[in-house]
Design a binder for this molecule. Structure first.
Ligand code: ADP
Ligand code: ADP
Ligand code: ZN
Length: 214
């Protein structure tokens, strides 16, 4: 099973990707998570990525593509993966298609989690991320058992720097310019499916599972 999650920042890609990955036993591959773990580890890649992420800009295609292709060639990805946050540009999508073609493989579905911009700012201002394991919560819609403490690992939860309203606006405009064209790209490939991401997160998941098992 190879799936791409599409959708605006904050649409719920990560939340759904995690649940799909758990249910079907394939890895959840998030380029944002890989960048954040590099930032935490103080690597050169992390320093480079941070300078773009803090501005709400995309990290350049060349480094992002290389990093993702390396990740999906690891053993745990042999049976499939859920890509969350990649591709985000047409050149990224084309590089992925080509790399898969070379191996006679293909993506099964590109799932667009559709949420209008008006709902996004609210999602983002309430999002909290664990500093330890990267788990994601929402203060209203997906609250941790104890306020500001991660259910999974017990570390503290923070508001990501790039989730502050000024940066969210920038990320949304970058999304419309550079990432939204992928909806047409995957529609033309015949693998696009859309789900209504404004529903409760359990209902969005049920819609995705129903589609995958239809
Ligand atoms: P969100 O979950 O809100 O969509 P991510 O965690 O996926 O955010 O991404 C955070 C930031 O990491 C992006 O704003 C961008 O700077 C960088 N990033 C993540 N994935 C990519 C990608 N495929 N191409 C370029 N930049 C990326
Ligand atoms: P993305 O990976 O697309 O940036 P996330 O999965 O991190 O989005 O979700 C963004 C925020 O919205 C998080 O705080 C998450 O808990 C919350 N969220 C996700 N899905 C829903 C939903 N269906 N309804 C309400 N809130 C949601
Ligand atoms: Zn945690």
């Amino acid at each position: 099973m190879k799936i791409i999650m599409l959708g605006a920042p904050g649409a719920g890609k990560g939340t759904q990707a995690k649940m799909i990955a758990e249910k079907y036993g394939v890895p959840h591959v998030s380029t944002g998570d890989i960048f954040r773990s590099n930032i935490k580890g103080g690597t050169e890649l992390g320093k480079l990525a941070k300078s773009y992420m803090d501005q709400g800009q995309l990290v350049p295609d060349d480094v992002t593509i290389q990093m993702l292709l390396d990740r999906i060639s690891q053993d745990d990805c042999a049976k499939g993966y859920i890509l969350d946050g990649f591709p985000r540009t047409i050149p990224q999508a084309e590089s992925l298609t080509k790399a898969l073609d070379d191996r006679r493989e293909m993506i099964d579905y590109a799932i667009d989690v559709d949420v209008p911009d008006e709902a996004i700012v609210n999602r983002m201002s309430g999002r909290r991320a664990c500093v330890g394991c990267g788990a994601t919560y929402h203060i209203v819609y997906n609250a941790p058992k104890t306020e500001n403490i991660c259910d999974v690992c017990g570390e503290k939860l923070i508001l990501r720097d790039d989730d502050k309203p000024e940066t969210v606006q920038k990320r949304l405009s970058v999304y419309h310019e550079q990432t939204q064209p992928l909806i047409d790209y995957y529609n033309n490939e015949g693998i696009l499916v859309s789900v209504d991401g404004t529903k409760d997160l359990k209902d969005v998941f049920a819609d995705i599972v129903a589609m995958l098992e239809a």
